[in-house]
Every structure is written in structure tokens, then in C-alpha cells.
Design a protein around this ligand. Structure first.
Ligand SMILES: *Cc1c(COP(=O)(O)O)cnc(C)c1O
Length: 371
């Protein structure tokens, strides 16, 4: 069978439109209640909106196909992470990134720690503390990491986790399923905030978990129904519409990120530019081995908080905003959220503007920084 390309899979994934007179682009199913039939009728697939919905299943088919596993949608990236950590925490210790998305770490420490779950931390890159995997049920990695953009070796981490009897979960938010396929690299679980690049338009909160083990998918669905962190059908439908252009958006964002990374690196006030696609980036070698394609998220450091303010004030195209992976370029000073990084570290999300416009704007905004 021919393997279809990324663009074709994004456009056609999860779409069933072959019935005569059926809509080519069906709308969302908003119903919460479905006909149950009579006692002799077979039980229907859909009966109540918290347990399942045809609009969810369409997008789950599309994302599951891209991830190479079975997909379970959640109301947000954090709802997806919470479901995985809560399930695994019943079976042993949790190992979470020390330098990844801050709420995953704080959820483990603040919510699960007090319930008696042991929580340990490992850096995205570098040695893991001795014995950190003893009695571990799950290792969560985030790669490329947010906001550091370090890259962990997924296959090596899977081997280490499995040798200790733990599952490996990878937060694939930055890469998206087109950029990286953790399940094919040996991970047991891939999860993401689809609020970012996958939905891609800054108007939907959504998350998902994809797994290879069908029994784990069943446990996750049951956890979703119990926990109630379910996505709204309208959000799911919007995300499915966004997914259709993920291939196009990612291509433009990656080429813009390459151009912005090169432009900022030339500026005397900028240091420590990181983007895994840069040939001299410390993460490039491992990233080339395990990533299929690049994305628009980079980071660089300005002399301090005031310099970031001057840069943002002078830019006409770069929005001062958190989140990333959207159509519009944006920049976020991560220290304001408490990340343990330099005060002038900027996470930059290259959007879909024209490269020459974006680069010219970033250059003039940097020239406005007085230091
Ligand atoms: C944003 C983000 C999350 C949280 O996702 P929400 O959809 O905002 O709940 C988790 N992990 C990473 C890497 C993120 O960037």
C-alpha cells in the first residue's frame, strides 16, 4: 500500500464522506443525549456526551493515524497529562522533567505527592540521578522541551524506562505528530497540548493521549468519563479543521523559524539562540535522528527584562503572548511565569507571516533595544 504524505493525511484524516448526499464537511455533533432504543435493540455507540461523541471519534481517528496509536482526546493538554499521571501514580513512582512545562511538575508535586505518590525529577538532557527509576511506574519526557528547546533521546529513555519496568510517556506538544512519532521510537504513550500547533489558530483548548496498548486506551477513556475533563464538540471540530492545514502551517513556521534564528543570532545583544534545526545547535544531532521535520518554536536571550520589553514594544508583527504554534508570530518572556531561566529569555513562536516581513520586523525591533 502506498504511504500517503503528511499533507494528504492531514486533509483526509478521520473524514468519512462517501455516502450519497452526505456533507463533504460535516459539522459538529453537539448533542449530549442520544436515542437508546428498546430493551431488545443493540446498545448504541453513543448514549451520553461525556462518554463519547461522533465528532471526537473523527478527530481521534485522524490524530491516532498520525501518532501511530489509539488516540483519546481530553479537554486540554493539562487534562491529558493529569489523566496519565493519575493512572500511573497508582502503580509506582512518577519521574517528571525538571525543566519542562511547569504545570506538569506542579501537578505531580502538589496534587499526587500528598496522596502518597513518589515524585522525582530528571533533566531533559544530561545524567539522571542514580536510582531515579527504582520502583518507577512512569517516566514523562518533554522533547523538544518547553521553554529550553533541549532534545531528549526518546529511544534511549524508552530502553532505560522499560529495563526498570516503567512506561515512557512523551509530551510531543512542540513537535506535533508530524514532527516526531514517539510511539515509533519506543515510547508507550505520546501526549500533547493540541491548543498549540495542532489546532493552530489560538482559539481552542484541547489535548490528547495516544497509546499503543488498547487496554491502556480503555483505561484512559474510563478515566476521562469518570474525571469529566471532556472536550466540547465545537472545540474538537475546530481543531479538526485546524489539523487540515497542519502540514502547510508547519512548513511555513519552520522556514520562518530558521530565518528568525539566523537573523537574531547576528545581533550583538542576542545570546544563546536555540532551535533544534540549526546545524550547530547542541540538540541538532539527536534531533536529526528522531525528528521527521522542524517547527516554529525557538528561543533566544536578551540582556534582561527591560530589553525584552523594548523589543516587544518596537515589533509590529510579533505579539506579546504566551502559547505557541499559532498563525501569528508571538514571543513570551518565560521568567514571568516562574520558569528557572534567564530574565531575558524569550520563547519565540514563528507564525505564518511572509519571511521577509517577519525578519525585517524582528531586525528593526532588535535595533530598538538599547540594552
Ligand atoms: C501548553 C502546554 C501544556 C498544557 O496544555 P494546555 O492545553 O494549555 O492545558 C503541556 N505541555 C506543553 C509542552 C505545553 O506547551
Amino acid at each position: 500500500m502506498t504511504v500517503l504524505g503528511d499533507g494528504t493525511r492531514c486533509v483526509h484524516g478521520g473524514v468519512h464522506d462517501d455516502g450519497l448526499g452526505e456533507p463533504l464537511h460535516p459539522g459538529p455533533v453537539l448533542a449530549t443525549t442520544f436515542h437508546l432504543g428498546l430493551p431488545d435493540d443493540p446498545p448504541p455507540t453513543d448514549f451520553y456526551g461525556r462518554a463519547g461523541n461522533p465528532t471526537w471519534r473523527s478527530l481521534e481517528t485522524a490524530i491516532g493515524d498520525l501518532d501511530g496509536g489509539e488516540c483519546v482526546l481530553f479537554a486540554s493538554g493539562m487534562a491529558a497529562i493529569a489523566a496519565v499521571l493519575r493512572l500511573a501514580g497508582r502503580d509506582g513512582a512518577l519521574v517528571v522533567p525538571s525543566d519542562g512545562y511547569y504545570l506538569a511538575r506542579s501537578l505531580a508535586h502538589e496534587e499526587l505527592g500528598p496522596l502518597g505518590v513518589q515524585v522525582r525529577e530528571v533533566p531533559t538532557v544530561g545524567e539522571w540521578p542514580a536510582g531515579v527509576l527504582d520502583g518507577a511506574a512512569l517516566v514523562l519526557l518533554e522533547t523538544p522541551s518547553n521553554p529550553g528547546l533541549d532534545v531528549a533521546d526518546i529511544a534511549a529513555a524508552a530502553e532505560a524506562a522499560h529495563a526498570a519496568g516503567a512506561l515512557l510517556a512523551v509530551d510531543n506538544t512542540t513537535a506535533t505528530p508530524l514532527g516526531q512519532q514517539p510511539l515509533a521510537l519506543g515510547a508507550d504513550i505520546t501526549l500533547a497540548s493540541d491548543t498549540k500547533g495542532l489546532a493552530g489558530h489560538g482559539d481552542v483548548l484541547l489535548g490528547h493521549v495516544s497509546v499503543r496498548d488498547p487496554a491502556l486506551a480503555v483505561r484512559l477513556r474510563e478515566a476521562r468519563t469518570r474525571g469529566g475533563a471532556v472536550p466540547g464538540p465545537m472545540e474538537v471540530w475546530l481543531a479538526h479543521r485546524g489539523l487540515g492545514t497542519l502540514d502547510l502551517r508547519l512548513a511555513r513556521q519552520a522556514s520562518n523559524a530558521a530565518a528568525v534564528a539566523a537573523a537574531v543570532a547576528e545581533h550583538p545583544l542576542v545570546s544563546d539562540v536555540r532551535w533544534p534545526g540549526l546545524p550547530h545547535d547542541p540538540a541538532h544531532a539527536v534531533a536529526v535522528r528522531q525528528m521527521r521535520r522542524w517547527n516554529g518554536v525557538l528561543r533566544f536571550t536578551l540582556p534582561g527584562e527591560a530589553a525584552v520589553g523594548q523589543f516587544l514594544a518596537a515589533s509590529r508583527l510579533v505579539a506579546s503572548a504566551t502559547s505557541f504554534g499559532g498563525l501569528r508570530s508571538s514571543a513570551d518572556r518565560r521568567r514571568r511565569w516562574g520558569d528557572d531561566v534567564a530574565a531575558g529569555l524569550v520563547r519565540f513562536s514563528a507564525g505564518c507571516e511572509d519571511e521577509q516581513d517577519l525578519v525585517a520586523d524582528v531586525r528593526q525591533a532588535l535595533d530598538a533595544v538599547t540594552g
